[in-house]
Design a protein around this ligand. Structure first.
Ligand SMILES: *Cc1c(COP(=O)(O)O)cnc(C)c1O
Length: 231
């Protein structure tokens, strides 16, 4: 078994153990393989090992990979910061976008989504720790943004995404994830149904699953350490 295959099985075992620990069905947690900085060959290996959903952060790099792998039935998620001048390419090539943090970006994605494609599935990125260095809408502004996005054509608002402050402490990790879950519940009861909580990465997926994550975004634990650091 090659490394990617072995790593994937190990990550799936972590997801299963974490789900079991809190009485959840492991099937309710989707695994997104974050392939940024890794080539099409790595994605192909993961596909051959049974993985079909992939997350990417850099538009140019992703569009090349998507084209190279167009024969495979893959689902592509955009999870990186979004510049206005990249919205057309994102709307044309991706199935999901997790990182919407302002209305202007959502409007541009809606305008550019080709009519021949299914609506773009989107999440709002929330800056749960209110860190100045991180992107994401402030938690207090998320309900209003959700209301506006839910009215746009060609987009389906599915939920919330967050990259909380780095912590090695399980209790602290759970605190941030629980804030995102409560915000999701609040918006779902007041604005529109939301079935997705995109939270948890290689280092904290157990805490995220314990707090209700429905999608974990895992890069390093599947593909290894990233060496390139692209803008
Ligand atoms: C890179 C990245 C990940 C994956 O992080 P790992 O720690 O490598 O698992 C998840 N989510 C986002 C938004 C990322 O940019």
């Amino acid at each position: 078994m090659d490394t990617i295959d072995a790593n994937l099985q190990a990550v799936k075992a972590r997801i299963e153990a974490a789900a079991k620990q809190c009485g959840r069905d492991a099937e309710s947690v989707e695994l997104l393989a974050v392939s940024k900085t890794f080539g099409a060959d790595a994605v192909r290996s993961a596909h051959d090992a049974g993985q079909c959903a992939f997350g990417e952060n850099y538009v140019q790099e992703a569009v090349e990979k998507i084209a190279a792998l167009s024969a495979l039935p893959l689902i592509w998620h955009f999870i990186g910061p979004i510049q206005s001048n990249k919205t057309r390419q994102i709307a044309e090539h991706f199935d999901w976008v997790h990182s919407i943090d302002r209305l202007k970006i959502a409007e541009r994605l809606a305008d550019a989504r080709p009519a021949v494609r299914a609506p773009l599935q989107v999440c709002i990125q929330v800056n749960i720790g209110d860190e100045t260095s991180k992107s994401g809408v402030a938690p207090a502004d998320a309900p209003e943004l959700a209301r506006a996005i839910s009215r746009l054509p060609r987009l389906v608002l599915r939920g919330l995404m967050s990259i909380p402050p780095v912590s090695t402490d399980n209790t602290a990790q759970r605190g941030y994830f629980s804030q995102l879950r409560r915000l999701r519940d609040e918006i779902a009861s007041q604005v529109c149904p939301l079935d997705t909580l995109s939270m948890g990465m290689s280092a904290d997926l157990e805490a995220a699953i314990a707090e209700g994550s429905t999608m974990v975004r895992v890069g390093t634990a599947i593909f290894g350490t990233r060496h390139r650091n692209k803008a």
